[in-house]
Write a new protein. Sequence first.
Length: 555
Amino acid sequence: MKYIFVTGGVVSSLGKGLTAASLGTLLESRRLRVVLQKFDPYLNVDPGTMNPFQHGEVYVLNDGAETDLDLGHYERFTNCVLTRHNNLTSGQVYESVILKERRGDYLGKTVQVIPHVTDLIKHRIREISDENKYDIVITEIGGTTGDIEGLPFLEAIRQFILEVGPQNVVNMHVTLVPYIKAAHELKTKPTQQSVAKLREIGLQPQVLICRTEKPLDHDVRRKLSMFCSVSEKAVIEERDVEHTIYEVPLTLHAEGLDQLVCDLLHLQTPEPDLADWQKFVDRVVCPKRHVKIAVVGKYMDVRDAYKSIYESLTHAAASEDCGIDLKLIDAESLEHGDGQLKDAAGVLIPGGFGGRGIEGKINAARYAREHKIPFLGLCLGMQVATIEFARNVCGIGNANSTEFDKNTPEPVISLLEEQRGVHNKGASMRLGTWPTKIVQGTLAEKIYGDTEVTERHRHRYEFNMMYRDRMDTKGFVISGTSPDGTLAELIELRDHPYFVGCQYHPEFQSKPNKPHPLFKSFIHACLAREVGRAPRAPADPLSPRRVPETELVAQ
Ligand code: GLN
């Protein structure tokens, strides 16, 4: 078993997660079995309660774990399917150490960071590797070297290397090499200091991943090599990508990272086959046509808040050889008019919590329904589409979710307990993978080509089945339910080319060359609607980056 530890230096937001995931892509393409894991030094037990403004989206795993969005990169960039064991926070570490202490497991001893906290961290690395399913464990340590919270993790790694032997470990440090305009120079000092900080703790990186705006010239590479005690070929340039994050594995490969890591770990592997990945990138970079998708949500300035959705749109669009023009609309701005939706080929409403912007989202759903614009509602997006239809088509004027109006007389969306007449009972979230039975003869069945699917959930409220028949007669179809038929999972409108909502989050199961059927069919419907209109920003048909039709990857 081999181990790669990824630390970050100088500043946060360097894309460590993306770098770790990209290395995963490269190693998998060398036929190695890879698993990724993230250590987050903050004291929250999980990011489930954090504000998307601060922390980006909460990424949900099959087992219902609410995790850091970097786990989304890991799953998208590799074949690994993660569980709650793949994300460890300081909050979880201290929680279990204290629980053990209370149980008397450490009886007679003083409980300390070393060895009790560090032992627990090491145990988590071993736990994954013991499964014997993998050749390499890549562990990313969140935060920046020098953060107080990160120290126990780095100390645990130092001890771990001693236990498994340095020949089985690569320490990779992702760092910033800033360009100072006034001096026309790339500066190596911040990296030198960050590496010095790591050495103070007893860790010596073997690889430096240098995030930079400009190419690293020979002098800069030599300087970094000498001051940081890293061989010159292990100074890897990771320049800001020009078009898409999916270029990162290709640029790291061009810098020789995968070969270098295999050499450092004494692994004999075949040359990687990146042809499919390259084709996917080419299609993202140079699509045949573009389609404008309006996303109506709450956190439109925070790119990370709906990360998996934007990625899923990219995957689906590439599979249709088209690019996405994203139009991000703050739901509140739609409360008094829908003019902004006029040029959209499709409308997508993401998941969310709380009442802010709800009326704007309802207006967006109405606009898409009335103008026959393809619509995809995810979780809360499905719930607002339901409220809209109940109000404006079924004439249930007061229709609402009890999430926004606790005492609404027409709870078309409510807690299951409320539906059963039990009030004031706190329901917990429905999390993780649940099966959906698809109703035959529906659009959903065509989209999935299957009658049972499993999808990831993260919500409390449900469609109220008491309204099913009333809404069905008006054209609102429940096209997927839980296997026992009690919970609505999918909805669609009979009299609309593409109006689909799902109670779950398909965005957590889309990959570059394996787009999710809901996103793919949504983009397909948007393109179909655009037929006849002049394509916007057509790509140069002679561009060397265009992928010939015959070479498109079969989806
Ligand atoms: N707020 C809604 C619920 O709890 C939707 C949640 C979501 O979109 N993830 O059911």
